[in-house]
Design a protein around this ligand. Sequence first.
Ligand code: AMP
Length: 284
Amino acid sequence: MDVLPDKTTLRAWLASRSDRYRVLVPTMGALHRGHTSLFERAREQSARRDGEVIASIFVNPTQFGPGEDFSAYPRPLEADLETCRAHGVNAVFVPGTGDMYSEDRSITIAESRLSKTLCGASRPGHFDGVCTVVAKLFLLTQPAAAVFGQKDFQQLTVIRRLVRDLDFPIEIVGAPTIREADGLALSSRNAYLTPEQRVQAPLLHRALVNTARGITEGLLATPAAAREAFVAAFAEATLARPDYFEIVDTTTLECLESFGGAEPRLLAAAFFGTTRLIDNVGLS
Ligand code: AMP
């Protein structure tokens, strides 16, 4: 596995293999089974074309708001490189902040529709930071495809829009959410939870699943009824401060007024102390 610590090394590496089918998996590191499932997915995808997998590890400052956990975000680089190696990643791009962003940078990508609700409402500027860094990673690593987790469903939707609106010739692959046995979606931020919060954290997923089941079985006929059911179910998480619960159209992320026609997705976020957890489910 090649470790590429800066853009110059990356470009030299690319020049030696420019015609290969390449699949990118962007991450912020602190890798867990959620990330490695993306590596596996990327490997399957690339193996069909005799291609290769490139991962990136970069804790992107421009997607963190003031008071968020940018400085505290875990950065276990050696362990992460070992994880990449063990999962058949061919190269890892690990740039420094100064390499990615000039001090006097003045151009960013702004998303003006999909990122105003859900996580975007409580994290202004977050998705502009995501779009900007992902666009830079696309331009730098020149992949034919890139894999993102459905765990960050709004992010996946925004990236699909980024690729569509800016004509990146890149296939975006959405991979399913990997969970603990009790349903909690794996996240680098789960490590911040106290033991008491950790016990209650799976209630976020359970409330989503129960609400989705109620909709599928016809017991919750309207989004308003579904919201009430979610709020009642999640009230069991006494240590949580709910941030949002929304039922949206899977493609546009617009809130649904009724269940006719659209493909609904249920998304929720909640704070346990200062730790913000997100999750989402579709209707099965
Ligand atoms: P992050 O390192 O948090 O920026 O995440 C990098 C990628 O891993 C994103 O595409 C996430 O959606 C994905 N990811 C994070 N957690 C999970 C999970 N539990 N299951 C599947 N994908 C995940």
